[in-house]
Design a protein around this ligand. Structure first.
Ligand code: NAD
Ligand code: MN
Length: 355
């Protein structure tokens, strides 16, 4: 038996309602998987900031680093006006744990009229998000602002390698019998190297090189310019399997793709580094529905499965995905964001029954 130690960071708002659901599904996994879990409750978020003066306590980071195999992060509230000393704990966590990839699967039920099943792999450490900006005066005294877009061979290589590995793993899950619209693995490299020949050019050529590794012999590789990609993503989303992109394009594409499946409450993500993964639903703390037990837990349950994939527990992950799909396909116990009447607890219990 393998024991995994999982940090639980509910954060604020509905994070406190969906992260316990994530814990329940791990505890409910069949004994035949020979997996045990230990949980560590950890703090972060705006409430933590108000209580302690820091949004991300060092203890949370140190415990994750030294004691945990993975973690689940709920959501945090950000004040609408800047509050002195407050900055987003998830952004800080990604930095401090070097979680260099943001992975976002976007999947509809396979019984949908036009089913989609893609995953966006976003580089998470560089590009325009290095935040090296400056403002200066033009000759006529008007202002000019500029920002550095940094693309490195190292970061591009490792993100493309991860995309290749995800493509192989998705194929493995399909081979084990999971329903899917794709027959063979494919990675689409996103860039704008027709204009940005050096930065995006480096991303493109490095990604190509990484995916030319014989390990990825079975993975098809194609590339697409980001603007035409947006067009095709909305017209023919079913054609995509794995998309790999630099930070900014990946950010925009992944929010856009999330809109294709109808509710934020369905879309999971994972922040991934060497040997560590944090599962995180894509939605925020949803103050408008907090405390009512109506938040959709599926984004979190899928984030649990995604975390397990990166901890090399594909079989357990596949069980969770299948149980969630079963709930959605039957469509009897759906939360209000999907037009249903079921509570968070009822949705979770229906999914647990299907495990
Ligand atoms: P949000 O994602 O919290 O909510 C947007 C809308 O979607 C709301 O109507 C909400 O009720 C609904 N929704 C979200 N998750 C749902 C779920 N699981 N089930 C059913 N409905 C759901 O975004 P927002 O309202 O723009 O932001 C609220 C707070 O969350 C803000 O303080 C914001 O800064 C923060 N936020 C945090 C994260 C994060 O932690 N990663 C991401 C986005 C926003
Ligand atoms: Mn975003």
């Amino acid at each position: 038996a393998r024991t995994l130690r999982i940090g639980l960071i509910p954060g604020d708002g509905i994070g406190k309602e969906v992260i316990p659901a994530g814990r329940r599904i791990l505890e409910a996994l069949p004994a035949s998987l020979k997996l045990k879990f230990e949980f560590v409750d950890l703090k972060a978020g705006f409430e933590t900031f108000e209580q302690t003066g820091v949004a991300l306590p060092d203890k949370t980071v140190e415990t994750l680093k030294n004691e945990c195999d993975g973690a689940l992060f709920g959501a945090v509230s950000s004040p609408s006006k800047a509050v002195k000393g407050y900055s987003s704990p998830i952004v800080a966590l990604r930095k401090r744990l070097d979680l260099y990839a943001n992975v976002r699967p976007v999947k509809s039920v396979m019984t949908a009229t036009n089913p989609i099943d893609m995953v966006i792999v976003r580089e998470n450490t560089e590009d325009l998000y290095v935040k090296e900006e400056r403002t200066y005066a033009a000759e006529d005294g008007s202002k000019i602002a500029e920002a550095i877009k940094r693309i490195s061979e190292k970061a591009s290589f490792r993100i493309a390698t991860m995309a290749g590995e995800i493509a192989l793993r998705r194929q493995k899950i399909r081979d084990s019998g999971a329903a899917s619209i794709h027959q063979s693995p494919m990675v689409t490299i996103t860039h704008k190297s027709n204009v940005l020949s050096q930065t995006d050019g480096l991303f493109r050529s490095t990604a190509r090189e990484a995916l030319a590794n014989p390990r990825f012999a079975s993975v098809g590789v194609e590339e697409q310019i980001v603007d035409s990609m947006v067009y095709k993503l909305f017209r023919q989303p079913e054609t995509y399997d794995v998309i790999v992109a630099p930070n900014l394009y990946g950010d925009i594409l992944s929010d856009g793709a999330a809109a294709l499946v109808g509710s934020l409450g369905l879309v999971p993500s994972a922040n991934v580094g060497e040997g560590f993964a944090i599962g995180e639903p894509c939605h925020g703390s949803a103050p408008d529905i907090m405390g009512k037990n109506i938040a959709n837990p599926i984004a979190t349950l899928r984030s649990v499965a995604l975390m397990l994939e990166f901890l090399n527990e594909e079989t357990a992950a596949a069980k969770i995905y299948a149980a969630v799909d079963g709930n959605l396909e039957e469509g009897k116990l759906l939360s209000p964001d999907l037009g249903g009447k079921a509570t968070t607890t009822e949705v979770v219990e229906d999914i647990l029954r299907r495990l």
